[in-house]
Ligand binder design. Sequence first.
Ligand code: KG4
Ligand code: ZN
Length: 336
Amino acid sequence: MLVLGIESSCDETGLALYDTGCGLLAHAVHSQTDLHEAYGGVVPELASRDHIRRVVPLLRAVLDKAGRRAADIGAIAYTAGPGLAGALLVGAGFAEALAFALKVPALPVHHLEGHLLSPLLSANPPRFPFVALLVSGGHTQLMRVVGIGQYELLGETLDDAAGEAFDKTAKLLGLGYPGGPQLAALAERGRAGRFSLPRPMLHSGDLNFSFSGLKTAVLTQARKQALDDNDKADLCAEFQAAIVEVLAAKALAALKATGLRQLVVAGGVGANRALRDALDAGAQAVGARVFYPEMELCTDNGAMIAFAGAQRLTFSTAVKGDGGFGVRPRWPLEEV
Ligand code: KG4
Ligand code: ZN
């Protein structure tokens, strides 16, 4: 069956066609980075309006790329939450209307479930059960994943998400938008250890995180002296080292606590090179393996939503819609 996936939870419009027999046929993403850059962050109303503009051209693009027609679509999966309410409603409204017109089912999908399952789209996928480290702009969670829809929360951030910490710190250092990748690029040129930042909750004995203090610690350093480009690079390197050290230590602790040997890393921060290096080395040392989505599927995209919807169809575990197209801007993953 051909499943159309629609992602519109934040500032990317993503559409994809996934065939349950042949795999991913096509995906296309439009990023709104340029639209929000001037404001230094996502403006929800502008995001919603842009999703409206992009969704039909992107649908045409994926149908063309896959060589299929709208009438071939057998189900439509869309991100129903968590995310920005207005942005979610664009995808949900479009998906439900198209599904009604085509007389096919519409499947609400949890955005984080999409991220969580995205490594299963790669050439060498993990097998259930595994530990998942979800690190995005809005979430930082460790989950024990037993199967489709069977997610047990092991730990999460008590305040800022890892991506949020990257973005806010980049902003206060005057780096461009979006901050995470820019901060990471600058960190590559810098030297960790020259500045000293805390490793929050490294020894807390649980699998929770806290990143909001880190950005304050960076601000304190930045206020002590005028920072030139080299100083900024060194401060970024230390900031990245602090986040990576805590994320890697807790992810490995989760493997130990569950006795599992597969770690899946998903979400935008999973694109971070230093994090990947630390996780790969740490896992190898304990005989475990780390799985990542393809680089282009690390950040928000429609492919992961189409895939998650297809899995739920295959395993008959579709999340129940409410007959309309309600969205859940806040939606704990354990509740799917
Ligand atoms: O998963 P995602 O695309 O959107 C959300 O659902 O949040 O993640 C976006 C987040 C942003 O905070 C962005 O700054 C961060 O991922 N990010 C990175 C990198 N690439 C994206 N953070 C650190 N290093 C990167 N290379
Ligand atoms: Zn995301």
